[in-house]
Design a protein around this ligand. Structure first.
Ligand code: SF4
Ligand code: SF4
Length: 419
């Protein structure tokens, strides 16, 4: 469990911006896919809007490079959604076509004006893929959230993305968070930080501990409110969750008219090499690894997010999206397999579970689709932190059993509602 201590390894954020093809599925965390508003072979400027939607919760999408539209296609995203995809051949290093200045004192801006600017600039939650807590969409609800929580540290030990963003521009993160609080009408603004970050933010904070999973968003939200309230499904309606990078993007959209064109992410290999880079949206994973001198070879595993909650990606040329916080390469020689081995009842999973779930009994029922029995063993309290699978003596794929059972439960619930 030594590897599960949160570490802070700070360095400069490296900028990668080589020319080439950028593959841009027009989808985002907390919204539905957009429609392309450029045609095949069209010339595009860097920062030009290429995807939009009339739905008020959907932020637009912009070209990260100046060039031309090389293909229009459909791509199945991380969430399993078939999204219209624009492929642009071009150069991501030139001048950006920014939005018109708002021309008003920022402190005086109405919530509606801020929301409209965020939408036009493509500010949707940045990050969150591979973290099972749901990041908020940035719309105003009739019933505003009690709290906007800004994750300034990363939920998993190997990820370093958000702490780098905060250190780079704390004043922008704070201003952006304040704008977002106004935009969504949240009563409280809370920064979730590690101990060494407290001096970088002002206002209310909730502090994570040193060991995973204390930075898990569900645990931080529970700590900030004093209660677990997971029983009415996800996302929690009383808290909007975003991260430092989203707040910085909000500040830049309002102050500079800057659209979202790139993503900051932690890149690592086999758990021992991790650097933080900023790359244009749509950059293929293989190219990001290539710029670090790493080649993806047959049987290597690529995954996004962190090592405990992240998800494997079968296509090494999949593109960086607004949701990509981490990108890791695990070489084939270091992989070990999970198997459908029987549970030997050693109890290790129960010892580590932060939600005090009788994990062995719960997952035995998940495995065979006995959902009612799994629910009786507290399936709904599971925050999918992955710790049980990490320690399982029999290397059982416990998290996959849990996720399978939750999906089955969702399907049964939908069927009940539509009956
Ligand atoms: S059951 Fe496993 S994944 Fe769920 S909260 Fe407990 S340790 Fe985490
Ligand atoms: S750690 Fe694995 S083998 Fe041990 S009780 Fe839990 S599920 Fe069973």
């Amino acid at each position: 469990m030594k590897r599960l201590i949160y570490k802070s390894v700070m360095s400069e954020i490296q900028e990668f911006a080589g020319t080439g093809r950028f593959v841009l599925p027009l989808s985002q965390v907390g919204g539905v896919p957009l429609e392309a508003c450029v045609g095949m072979d069209a010339k595009v400027e860097r920062g030009q809007c290429i995807g939009r939607s009339d739905a008020p919760e959907n932020a637009f999408f912009h070209s990260p490079a100046a060039g031309r539209v090389a293909a229009l296609s459909t791509r199945v995203t991380y969430e399993g959604i078939a999204a219209a995809t624009v492929e642009i051949e071009g150069d991501p290093s030139g001048a950006v076509e920014t939005l018109q200045p708002i021309g008003q004192d920022i402190a005086e801006l109405a919530a509606e004006t801020i929301r409209e600017r965020l939408r036009e600039a493509g500010v949707s939650p940045l990050g969150g893929n591979g973290t099972n807590a749901v990041y908020a969409s940035l719309r105003a609800e009739e019933d505003p959230p009690e709290m906007l929580m800004v994750l300034c540290a990363d939920p998993e030990p190997l990820l370093q993305t958000q702490r780098h963003v905060l250190r780079e521009a704390p004043e922008k993160v704070i201003e952006g968070a304040t704008l977002l609080q106004k935009a969504v009408g949240a009563g409280r603004l809370v920064f979730a930080v590690s101990g060494d970050q407290k001096s970088l933010v002002s206002g209310e904070t909730v502090e994570m501990g040193r060991r995973y999973p204390s930075g898990h968003p569900e645990l931080l939200m529970a700590r900030a409110t004093g209660a677990y309230r997971l029983d009415d499904g996800r996302p929690r309606k009383d808290i909007y969750l975003i991260n430092a990078e989203t707040a910085m993007a909000a500040c830049r959209a309002v102050r500079e008219g800057m659209p979202v064109l790139d993503k900051t992410l932690t890149v690592g290999r086999d758990g021992d090499l991790a650097v933080v880079v900023r790359v244009p949206l749509g950059t293929p994973f293989s190219k990001v690894f290539g710029q670090m001198g790493l080649a993806v070879e047959d049987r290597d595993r690529v995954f996004t997010g962190g090592p405990l909650m992240g998800v494997a990606e079968f296509d090494p040329d999949a593109p960086v999206t607004k949701g990509t916080d981490g990108l890791f390469l695990q070489k084939a020689a270091t992989l070990f397999g999970y198997e459908d081995a029987p549970c030997i009842g050693c109890g290790q999973c129960i010892k580590v579970c932060p939600m005090k779930i009788p994990v062995n009994m719960m997952t035995r029922n998940c495995e065979f689709g006995r959902i009612d029995e799994a629910l009786a063993y507290d399936l709904e309290s599971c925050i999918e932190c992955g710790l049980c699978a990490y320690v399982c003596t029999s290397r059982r794929p416990l998290l996959q059993y849990i996720q399978f059972a939750k999906k089955e439960q969702e399907k049964a619930e939908l069927a009940r509602q539509s009956a």
